[in-house]
Design a binder for this molecule. Structure first.
Ligand SMILES: Cc1cc2nc3c(=O)[nH]c(=O)nc-3n(C[C@H](O)[C@H](O)[C@H](O)COP(=O)(O)OP(=O)(O)OC[C@H]3O[C@@H](n4cnc5c(N)ncnc54)[C@H](O)[C@@H]3O)c2cc1C
Length: 198
């Protein structure tokens, strides 16, 4: 039997990771990413050099561990260390600041600090090794579903049909708007991160 195909819309960290997770039990994912610009033309993959530092918290670390222990080892090797506290600021002009302390629970990892570009590079290298197709310049503009199949259409006039479709196209997801037009858009909470540190 042919493996079930999954269209993954959005090729950021979540899309790359989703494709890896789906490939593991034998599904056949393919990623469709709207960007097509070479941000660093000499890089083996055009989208590696993006973003600043991110913290991967214990829930994310547990998820990576479940997927593949060698993946979390690689993330730890490429991280800048762990963090114990984070500073946040209210964006309402009051200059109020908040600090959270990461609880020290036995068996729980402290958040890992890693450049988003390094994390992304690890994921994309694994996607390439797993031979997951990564289609660029594919901005989804339409989704049609039947009882059996789902078809995504792209701004360049092409389309892709699969058994499943996953939207990993970020905070202002077009997939969410197309599938759930009544869903509320993301709300600003008025809190901004300042720094996290050991
Ligand atoms: C300064 C800064 C610090 C941050 N720190 C943290 C942190 O510590 N921890 C943390 O977890 N997060 C942090 N974040 C947020 C972090 O950037 C996101 O968690 C992460 O990028 C989410 O990944 P994603 O793949 O879900 O979405 P994105 O990175 O937004 O990727 C979505 C992808 O979908 C593509 N796309 C969008 N629309 C379409 C479309 N219509 N068709 C096809 N493709 C489309 C986009 O081009 C993009 O490549 C931080 C962000 C910033 C800016």
């Amino acid at each position: 039997m042919e493996p079930k195909t999954v269209i993954v819309i959005g090729g950021g960290p979540a899309g790359a990771l989703a494709a890896l997770v789906l490939k593991k039990p034998g599904l056949s994912p393919a990623t469709f990413e709207k960007r097509s610009k070479n941000i660093v033309p000499t890089a083996p993959h055009p989208f590696w050099e993006v973003g600043g530092c991110i913290d991967i918290h214990s829930n994310g670390i547990r998820a990576l561990e479940r997927l593949d222990l060698s993946l979390i080892d690689e993330v730890i090797t490429n991280s800048g260390g762990t963090c114990s506290k984070g500073d946040f600021m209210l964006m309402d002009g009051t200059d109020k600041m908040y600090q959270y302390l990461v609880p020290d629970r036995p068996g729980e990892h402290k958040p890992l600090q890693i450049l988003q570009s390094s994390f992304y590079k690890i994921l994309m290298t694994r996607c390439e090794k797993a031979e997951i197709p990564f289609n660029v310049g594919k901005q989804v503009v339409g989704i049609e579903q039947s009882d059996e199949k789902v078809t995504a259409t792209f701004a360049d006039g092409t389309s892709a049909t699969g058994d499943f479709l996953i939207g990993t196209d970020g905070m202002n997801s077009t997939v969410r708007k197309l599938v759930f037009p009544e869903a509320k858009p993301p709300q600003k909470l008025g809190v901004g991160p300042l720094a996290s540190s050991t």
